[in-house]
Design a protein around this ligand. Structure first.
Ligand SMILES: [Zn+2]
Length: 396
């Protein structure tokens, strides 16, 4: 299966990338005249779940494909690239809330070496919008004078200057990904994951074009329970006390979700580090080594803590997107808009709310959810932002 098979509903992007990979393969073969479709720096943009990092990974794989860069998905180059073990592909994802200058410098340095497989070195920067300014500058230098066979693949939500600096943007080719239509997401869940068609259709609509989220909803009953709890919020808001309770419950759920995911990772990471450091050694020099080891363990704990914070924010944000979907459903029902509801399983509740609320008050509620997302993004304490939102949702 082609390396691009997981890019759901992105025909235009796939065509651009296929052409570039074919051209890149000709460059590898020594054809210097056909580099037109290929370039050294790319930005993948699109809403969360549209497949930015999937696209970057697929393109990196196609560059390593030994069958003329078609991204066959079967040769050694394709398979190791997709499996994340190809020696010439580096991934950088922020450990905490941002990508530090040290991480970036180390990466740029390694990217300057010649590809070991003789094809291309690819550097995939997921969440490039989380680059610190200094890290962005280090990256810019590398993009301005790229080593001949090195490709930088950046993923950001958009090309807005808040997400990526104007100078980096001006050096890159942009591949915009769109929010995949629900039908395409459902089709992929059936074909690729073997999910029953009715479940796939429901999950694709409920996930609002987020492919990973749709797959999770279709497969994981915990994810469905969490979503049900979020969608119960609107009918639970019966007074001020209930608002504060709902806020506390929403935040606790996001913390629990992120905590479960982190606990597994953290334990195995720490065990691996301790083993690498030879914890428990008693020989000569062990004391000095342990002192250095304590520093490394502390560093790891710090990274894990900031990763947990980010996981909590991401989980909370997904809950807010679900909630916004409910108020959107109310609004389109009020207006009899010719589009489908996002949450088919709460259609009765959104229809009832459409009878009861004026369009203006529904719109104020929707805006309250979106304002809460923005506030959290801007580092307002989640508790404060969510409590304010709940009060606005209750008052309308
Ligand atoms: Zn291949």
């Amino acid at each position: 299966m082609s390396v691009f098979a997981d890019l759901v509903g992105q025909d235009e992007a796939v065509e651009t990338l296929s052409r570039a990979a074919a051209s890149a393969a000709r460059v590898v073969q020594g054809d210097t005249t056909s580099g037109g479709a290929m370039t050294h720096a790319w930005i993948f943009t699109g809403p969360p779940g549209s497949g930015r990092s999937v696209a970057a990974r697929a393109f990196a794989a196609a560059l390593q494909c030994q069958r003329d860069g078609i991204g066959c998905g079967e040769c050694h180059g394709c398979r190791t690239a997709l499996g994340g073990t190809h020696a010439d592909i580096r991934f950088v994802a922020p450990e905490g809330l941002s990508i530090s200058v040290n991480e970036m410098r180390a990466l740029v340095l390694r990217a300057a070496s010649a590809p070991s497989g003789g094809r291309w070195q690819a550097v995939v920067i997921e969440d490039a919008d989380r680059l610190t300014e200094a890290a962005g500058n280090a990256l810019l230098k590398a993009i301005e004078e790229p080593p001949p066979r090195t490709v930088f693949l950046l993923c950001t939500p958009s090309t807005h200057p808040d997400d990526i600096s104007v100078t980096i943007r001006s050096r890159c080719r942009v591949v915009p990904l769109r929010q995949p239509p629900a039908e395409a997401v459902a089709e992929s869940l059936v074909r690729r994951d073997g999910i029953a068609p009715d479940v796939a259709t429901w999950a694709a609509a409920a996930a609002q074009g987020h492919v990973g989220q749709a797959r999770l909803l279709a497969k994981d009953s915990d994810a469905r329970t969490r979503r049900d709890a979020v969608l119960a919020v609107p009918r639970r808001l019966t007074g001020v006390g209930a608002c504060f309770d709902a806020a506390a419950a929403l935040i606790a759920a996001a913390e629990a979700e992120a905590g479960t995911a982190a606990a597994e990772n953290d334990g195995s990471e720490r065990a691996a580090l301790e083993q690498a450091l030879g914890a428990g050694g008693t020989g000569r020099g062990a004391t000095g080594a342990m002192r250095g080891a304590a520093g490394q363990i502390k560093e790891l704990e710090k990274r894990q803590k900031s990763r947990l914070t980010r996981g909590q924010r991401d989980a909370l944000d997904r809950a807010l997107v679900d909630l916004a979907g409910f108020y959107r459903d109310v609004l389109i029902t009020t207006w009899r808009a010719p589009v489908g509801v996002v949450h088919t399983d709460t259609a009765a509740q959104s229809a009832a709310a459409a009878q009861k609320w004026s369009p203006e008050s529904t719109l104020r509620r929707l805006e309250a959810v979106l304002a809460c997302r923005v506030a959290i993004e801007q580092n307002v304490k989640p508790k404060i932002a969510v409590e304010a939102m709940m009060l606005n949702l209750w008052r309308g």
